[in-house]
Design a protein around this ligand. Structure first.
Ligand SMILES: Cc1ncc(COP(=O)(O)O)c(C=O)c1O
Length: 383
């Protein structure tokens, strides 16, 4: 059993405030912060000398991520953010699909998942939520013979609803509809299995549960996806040079990487990307099942307290398989006053989609939740 008190000490933010905003960005734990500093110190002292070694470490990291989500290293790369990954996919569709088509997504989706498709003029069909859930039948109902893809989050950012990706992926696979997943609010805490979930492309920004700050996004594409859709734009590192070093020739043929490396374009911030290796090792050492259980017991405690206060909880809470670190609720027209009082007590939550969003993390404890509930009680009772 992990020592949660010890883990809490890795997050200095807990000394000064009660932080329930990890679904916006998690604070960086001390060992990961130390790795970032170490990586920057390397270029401070040695410049470019270790770049190729760092690239090897980067490939190893892609391999570790691939193993975690049941795919191959060659299908993984890093891009700047989820918005970039989704725009790449949207442009890939526009370049290739010649017959009229649409893309289905959900009304509550964070815009990083959808705005790039809208910008390309792709016909979007949005599924309305049913009690903050997206039942698979409701998603399938929005699809038709022209649907090229379904784009959805694994965990919805505003309500925390966790989708059954395996059942949805299987249903879409049977209909030959591409399955595009935004796992930003889930990875690496919640299990992902590319094969079993029939995922064609996946993106996952790491500044939330990846605990490494704004390091970028993991971008997975299947070999079939890359075969069907050529890279809509490339850079010098997208070019497969074989044994050569750099493709410097002009007006000479070149070959774009078959692997996901085609989406790497140019140099990246390896100092922070490689620090994600530390975050991954740190979280693996705690154990993802332990983490999920801890999140469940903390959110159980929070939900019970909210119910006792008569607060309207908007997140789906009755099925553990739909739960996540996010619990959203509303005090109606007292939301603003509530957030103000919480801020005054150094308790940070996120206003999202007209709701108050609380997201719990491995450094939170029951006392944090008691402090939050106590402020809510004072707002509700007017004391
Ligand atoms: C579900 C989800 N996807 C993506 C993002 C971020 O998108 P990007 O990486 O493009 O900044 C967020 C929140 O910031 C989010 O909640």
């Amino acid at each position: 059993m992990p020592n949660w008190n010890k883990i809490r000490k890795d997050f200095p933010i807990t000394k000064k405030s009660v932080y329930f905003q990890s679904a916006a960005m998690s604070p960086i734990p001390t060992p990961v912060f130390a790795a970032i500093v170490k990586n920057y110190r390397k270029i401070h002292r040695q410049g470019d000398i270790l770049w190729t070694k760092d690239l090897e470490k980067y490939r190893k990291l892609c391999g570790d991520i691939a193993a975690l989500i049941n795919t191959e290293k060659d299908n993984i790369c890093f891009v700047q953010n989820t918005s970039t990954a989704m725009s790449l996919i949207a442009l890939s569709f526009q370049n290739k699909i010649e017959t009229p088509y649409n893309v289905v997504s959900t009304e509550d989706e964070f815009p990083a998942s959808t705005i790039g498709f809208e910008h390309q003029g792709i016909a979007m069909r949005y599924v309305p939520p049913i009690n903050s859930r997206y039942p698979i039948d409701a998603i399938l109902e929005q699809t038709n013979e022209q649907t090229a893809a379904v784009v959805t989050s694994y965990i919805q950012y505003a309500t925390g609803f966790r989708q059954d990706l395996q059942a949805l992926g299987k249903a879409l696979h049977d209909k030959s509809i591409l399955f595009i997943v935004n796992a930003t609010q889930a990875f690496p805490f919640y299990p992902l299995d590319i094969q079993a979930m029939h995922i064609d492309a996946l993106t996952c920004s790491l500044h939330k549960w990846g605990m490494t700050g704004h390091v970028g996004s993991i971008f997975f594409t299947s070999p079939e996806f890359r075969k069907r859709f050529s890279a809509p734009w490339i850079g010098w590192l997208s070019v497969d040079v074989g044994k050569a070093v750099i493709h410097t020739a002009k007006n000479a043929p070149f070959r774009v990487h078959d692997s996901a490396q085609r989406y790497e374009f140019g140099t990246q911030n390896l100092q922070t990307i490689l620090a994600f290796q530390s975050a991954l090792d740190y979280l693996k050492a705690i154990g993802f099942e332990n983490i999920r259980n801890r999140i469940l017991e903390l959110t159980d405690y929070l939900i019970l307290g909210l119910k006792k206060l008569g607060v309207r909880i908007v997140s789906p809470t009755d099925k553990p398989e739909e739960r996540s670190p996010i619990v959203s609720f509303s005090l109606g027209d007292r939301n603003k006053e509530c957030i103000k009082k919480l801020t005054k007590e150094s308790i940070s939550v996120s206003p999202r989609a007209g709701l108050i969003r609380v997201s719990v993390n491995i450094f939170n404890n029951f006392e944090d939740i008691d402090k939050l509930l106590s402020v809510l009680h004072s707002v509700i009772s007017g004391t």
